[in-house]
Design a protein around this ligand. Structure first.
Ligand code: FUC
Length: 810
């Protein structure tokens, strides 16, 4: 468990290299591409190169990410390293908050929202009021001889091997290009082969990325050079931003190895002529150690990566890469049935999806989500950010950082049930650092509170203060929400040592709210104050167009309030889970009792005059009724405060609210709707949300969109939605096929995990379960539901149990 982010980012990665040092065995390799795919159903493929970044195909090892365009005239491989962000260690926390809080609360309870908003803006916001950006690192450009006579073109991403392959013929020569990012060797590898000798000639350049937003020609952000006799190098630094001085330096090196032919390096050009095969190895690193320390030597890191891989054959690098990927990826297989539609290239299937039945695309999408998880969040890394780890833009949408009012949380929805629990480790490590450091500083300085707090965003430097202005920054339960996911990791895995490690994180979050919850003056309930329902403006007196002092722009109102529904739902879950953790560990009895007593005083769910669930304490409407955030339904999913077994009026109110949010929305919003409809046991509407997602807001490479930009949350959230349609586990029960749409009439799944420590394999035919096998990991009693049938049986650890369609043990 990588709970302690080790002192040196690099040292977290190096042990993997040591693992394979013994393979060093001469550099000549002969593996061409073109090896037949074992399972064509796990391949995204296209008949043409990517026109732009949104069509390129992603590879990643959690740290180094690349987008492969697959062009035949000039290939572009766009590169990222996870710790290359603008700025340097900084602390946006500010004094003055605790003195202002009583007045802010008084104003809110008096209905003087705008005044409360402005006072919060002047006294509690962090400075700078925005955060740092994830930046692109470099581009590898390969320029081939101009030839218009290209035939038999194919570009693919094999999810099972984690390799992008491009193949095409020029005249009668078949060229193949393979690209992958190896977690074992910590390098991106490009292999070019041809089926006729001496056929490979090209020019390679390695470019830094000029930050057009923040630099001018006089600013030296990077330096490109040749590294004779066979390499290229780029050294650069990140951007200053918002007055935070850039303190990150990076080094990127490319090494080339040709079989046959020649390599020549002149200036920044590396020219390969008449080779039989070429291997290009890309290594990169920064000086980032942790959020407070940037003292590492990127040059030494890169040299160590290259030294480790020196002498290792391409075949061996590739073999190790595939083995490491498959160790995780192959734990789960999914078959939802297949139609003729599945024979077409992926982009055409996406276009046809609204009119043609293509259940296999949902299975492919699910596995794409697992692939992206493995490629962007491995133990020792930072968590997957807004774009995973793939970003070409020096001024990316929402800084490609960590938004914590839905987006970062959604990134991890797929991991536990998708049998990728170790991919959550980066999130756990980040939470530990936040709870022990900047989160605690902000709790103390901004609220005079114990414990720690994280608002609606953070970045590489773990900024925790409210940002973006009071409309957004009043969301103080971002960290508490993430705590519920840390707890979930325990519920799935059952590791008590892990629970001990996260206990202080949960306790610190609880302590913050014990310090800051206040009694509502007229209702008597305990509420968060200030509070907000993320990004949604209530329709109430005073809201309209007004000038916002903090952002200097016009807004449709202020969102500040007390005790938003989502806050109360999250805190009910957090308090409950904290109490369970304390009980399991046999600690803090008094605190546990206090927390449970405060839990019972939190504002309850309320039903409004239209029969909908109220989003706020008051029965306000919304300025944007179809708002993309589904915050008020947190208790239905990801929480389990509302279930089909809850009071009928509450379930109906939740359904009404979900219907009122409409069928549109961006990628992550659709993904959330899929999960919500699945929890309401409505497989057809869940599939409807997926259909909208695929046909309206999915790029050809299966990533989804929010506004104009790619965001990786939709991929993970919709993947989780597919799993939720097949299996749900909460309340001590595993429910099989709870929201199966008609179109997925027949299928088979192996490897999905359920809460309580179970791994499942099951099949269905004609929409009916045929059999299920449960592997018990922890030896807990197992309760399985299929429709109205329920079976409970004791289990022993590592034993497997098979049940028939009537849930009879076999
Ligand atoms: C939240 C959303 C936006 C976007 C941003 C990154 O603020 O409301 O749609 O996804 O995060």
């Amino acid at each position: 468990m990588h709970l302690l982010r080790s002192a040196v980012h690099f040292s977290r990665i190096m042990p993997l290299l040591a693992l394979v040092a013994s393979y060093a065995s001469g550099l000549q390799g002969n593996t061409g591409g073109g090896a037949p795919n074992d399972d064509a159903r796990l391949v995204l493929w296209y008949r043409q190169p990517a026109k732009d970044w949104m069509e390129a195909l992603p590879v990643g090892n959690g740290r180094l990410a690349a987008m492969v365009f697959g062009k035949t005239d000039q290939e572009r491989i766009q590169l990222n390293e996870e710790t290359f962000w603008s700025g340097g260690p900084y602390d946006p926390s500010q004094p003055g908050g605790p003195e202002a809080l009583p007045e802010i609360r008084r104003l809110i309870f008096a209905g003087e929202y705008l005044k409360a908003h402005n006072l919060f803006g002047r006294t509690i916001m962090g400075m700078p009021v925005e955060q740092m950006k994830y930046e692109p690192l470099a581009d590898l450009l390969l320029t081939f001889p101009k030839d218009t006579n290209v035939t038999e073109y194919r570009r693919e991403l094999d999810l099972d091997k984690a390799i992008v392959t491009v193949s095409y013929k020029v005249g009668d020569v078949l060229y193949t290009r393979e690209v992958f990012s190896s977690a074992v060797d910590q390098v991106v590898v490009v292999r070019i082969t041809a089926d006729k000798p001496h056929s490979i000639s090209f020019l390679a350049n390695l470019h830094g990325v000029r930050n057009v937003q923040h630099s001018n020609y006089g600013t030296d952000y990077f330096q490109m050079d040749g590294d004779p006799p066979d390499g290229l190098v780029v050294r650069g630094r990140s951007s200053d931003y918002l007055g935070v001085r850039s303190q990150l330096r990076h080094v990127c090196r490319l090494k080339s190895l040709a079989e046959g032919g020649t390599i020549e390096v002149t200036g920044t050009d590396l020219t390969v002529s008449n080779a039989d095969a070429v291997t290009l190895i890309f290594a990169a690193a920064t000086n980032f150690v942790n959020y407070q320390d940037v003292s590492a030597d990127p040059e030494a890191r890169v040299k160590a990566y290259l030294a480790n891989v020196k002498g290792k054959s391409y075949d061996q690098i590739k073999k190790d890469h595939i083995a490491e990927h498959q160790r995780l990826f192959r734990r789960l297989s999914i078959d939802l049935g297949e139609t003729e539609a599945a024979k077409l290239p992926t982009d055409e299937r996406i276009k046809n999806f609204s009119t043609q039945s293509d259940p296999q695309l949902a299975a492919l999408y699910y596995q794409f989500g697992r692939y992206i998880m493995i490629s962007s969040s491995r133990p020792g890394n930072y968590p997957a950010n807004l774009q995973g780890k793939w970003n070409e833009d020096s001024n990316p949408w929402w800084d490609s950082k960590y938004t914590t009012n839905i987006n970062l949380q959604m990134n991890y929805w797929i991991a536990e049930s998708g049998n990728l629990a170790e991919c959550v480790e980066p999130l756990i490590a980040m939470m530990k650092e936040i709870a022990e450091g900047p989160g605690a500083t902000v709790a103390r300085k901004h609220y005079g509170a114990n414990g720690w707090v994280l608002h609606q965003n953070t970045d590489l430097w773990l900024a925790c203060a409210p940002m973006d202005g009071p409309t957004w920054g009043t969301f103080s339960t971002g960290g508490a929400w993430l705590c519920t996911q840390l707890w979930d990791h325990y519920v799935y895995g059952g590791d008590e040592q892990y629970l001990k490690k996260i206990y202080p994180i949960l306790k610190g979050s609880v302590e913050f709210f014990l310090s800051t919850l206040v009694q509502h003056p007229t209702r008597g309930w305990l509420v968060t104050c200030p509070s907000t329902s993320p990004e949604n403006f209530p329709k109430r007196e005073g809201n309209g167009r007004y000038f916002d002092e903090v952002t200097g722009g016009y807004l449709p109102g202020t969102s500040i309030c007390a005790g938003s529904t989502i806050d109360m739902e999250i805190l009910r879950a957090l308090f409950d889970e904290y109490a369970k953790a304390a009980q399991i560990l046999g600690v803090d009895k008094d605190l546990r009792e206090k927390v449970l007593s405060m839990r019972s005083r939190l504002a309850p769910l309320q039903i409004g005059t239209n029969g909908q669930l109220q989003e706020w304490l008051e029965d306000w409407g919304s300025m944007e009724p179809q708002h993309r955030h589904l915050s008020l339904l947190w208790g239905l999913y990801p929480g389990d405060d509302i279930t089909p077994m809850s009071k009928r009026e509450i379930v109906e109110a939740a359904r009404k609210s979900l219907i009122a949010r409409g069928d549109g929305g961006c990628g992550w919003s659709q993904a959330w709707k899929m999960n919500l409809w699945a929890r309401l046991l409505d497989g057809e509407r869940a599939l409807g949300a997926f259909r909208f997602l695929i046909s309206q807001i999915t790029f050809p490479d299966l990533f989804s969109r929010c506004g104009k930009a790619m965001q990786v949350d939709g991929t993970f959230g919709a993947g989780a939605g597919i799993a939720e349609m097949l299996v749900q586990s909460y309340g001590g029960e595993i429910s099989l096929l709870p929201a199966l749409p008609k179109e997925w009439a027949e299928g088979h799944v192996r490897g999905l995990r359920a809460r309580g420590g179970f791994e499942l394999e099951f099949s269905w035919k004609n929409q009916k379960l045929t059999s299920v096998t449960v592997r018990s990991l922890l030896g807990k009693a197992c309760r399985v539901r299929y429709g109205k049938k329920v079976k409970e049986f004791p289990t022993q650890p590592t034993k497997t149990y098979t049940l028939n369609a009537d849930l009879q043990l076999q």
